[in-house]
Design a protein around this ligand. Structure first.
Ligand SMILES: Nc1ncnc2c1ncn2[C@@H]1O[C@H](COP(=O)(O)OP(=O)(O)OP(=O)(O)O)[C@@H](O)[C@H]1O
Ligand code: SF4
Ligand SMILES: [Mg+2]
Length: 322
């Protein structure tokens, strides 16, 4: 029986927008608005949604790189939102993040040895020799070579840089890695190499991933379950196959119909999403998707649908299923 390593309960992250000469709060961006899910040990949970729907904020709030406004984040049964700075610092070694743009997240003035060795030092590996050996070992693990340790980030390709980012994340044998669009900035040919590497590393080191992506086709290969976010909320969550074969939420259906199909003769009903994502500082009443939903009903404009289990392990927030 697999058990959850991560449990996110009613997580909220609101950003206050200050303005005017007195710096008063003039608006509030509900970037993450009451999101709940669990991630089992060894699992890959994909999280998808359009730009601005709160995926990165969710990832950062889980690691407390952004302080949650409300809600619980349980890592191995411990609510980490209650931990003090020192306890949190110790726990960080078990929870890592990989960013979309490896170039921006690697210090250009540091060698790879310093970049990958830094988390080792932070967590108590004070011997330079030990760090050097460990860095070389990590570089080999991610498909680079020991001699790369003395080079600088600009001397690498995009894919290699992401390998450096992965080596750094792996340095202290983490249990959970939040992967925030780790392949979105890479050429398509390189994307699959990095995805394969990540899949192999998961097996080898018994890792758990939360894998954030724009695109349902990226998470299709790698995920065990997939969650779909819209405007700060989780609107659907189910096993991967279930999401792709039996999508329930009209937003998921629209996202899926935008994914190119291999067979050009395949009959699919294209659902074209009209309009832009509304602003999270002024979200629509009722169902946040009602302004764009092809199946909108009267109730949708007034009553927020509850995120609930419709079939076993298949959660959806939509009045069509209530
Ligand atoms: N520091 C901040 N201050 C104010 N608003 C913010 C801040 N960070 C993010 N936001 C807003 O919160 C919302 C969610 O942003 P977030 O970066 O989490 O989205 P995302 O799903 O990761 O998008 P993308 O796919 O573009 O990376 C957006 O409307 C964004 O503008
Ligand atoms: S609740 Fe209504 S508007 Fe929202 S997704 Fe379901 S049918 Fe569409
Ligand atoms: Mg993002």
């Amino acid at each position: 029986m697999t058990k959850p390593i991560l449990e996110v309960n009613n997580l909220k992250k609101y950003f206050e927008i200050k303005g005017g000469v007195f710096g008063k709060t003039v608006a509030e961006v509900k970037a993450v608005d009451d999101v709940s899910f669990t991630v089992n040990e060894g699992e890959i949970l994909g999280i998808v949604g359009e730009s601005g729907c709160g995926k990165s904020t969710t990832g950062k709030a889980i690691l407390r790189l952004l302080e949650p406004t409300e809600g619980e984040v349980k890592f191995e049964d411990q609510d980490i939102t209650k931990l003090g700075p020192e306890e949190m610092r110790k726990l960080r070694r078990h929870m890592q993040i990989i960013f979309q743009d490896p170039y921006a997240s690697l210090n250009p003035r540091h060698t790879v040895e310093k970049i990958v060795g830094e988390p080792l030092l932070v967590h108590g590996m004070t011997s330079a020799k030990e760090r050097k050996d460990r860095v070389q070992e990590l570089l080999e693990v991610v498909g680079l070579r020991a001699f790369h340790a003395s080079k600088y980030p600009h001397q690498f390709s995009g894919g290699q840089r992401q390998r450096i980012g992965i080596a750094r994340a792996l340095a202290n044998n983490p249990k959970l890695i939040i992967c925030d669009e780790p392949v979105s900035a890479l050429d398509v040919s390189v994307q699959s190499q990095i995805l394969n590497l990540m899949e192999d590393l998961r097996q080898e080191f018994n890792l758990t991933y939360v894998f954030i992506a724009h695109d349902l086709s990226v998470v299709k290969h790698i995920s065990d379950r997939v969650g779909v976010m819209y405007l700060g909320k989780m609107v659907e969550l189910a096993d991967k196959d279930e999401i792709y074969e039996n999508p329930k939420h009209p937003y998921t259906q629209a996202l899926l119909s935008a994914v190119p199909v291999a067979d050009p003769d395949a009959q699919i009903d294209r659902v074209i999403l009209e309009g832009d994502v509304p602003s999270p500082s002024n979200p629509p009443s009722g169902c946040p998707f009602h302004t764009r939903c092809p199946k909108v009903m009267d109730i949708c404009k007034e009553v927020k649908p509850v995120f609930q289990e419709d079939e076993e392990q298949h959660y959806v927030a939509c009045h069509l299923y209530e």
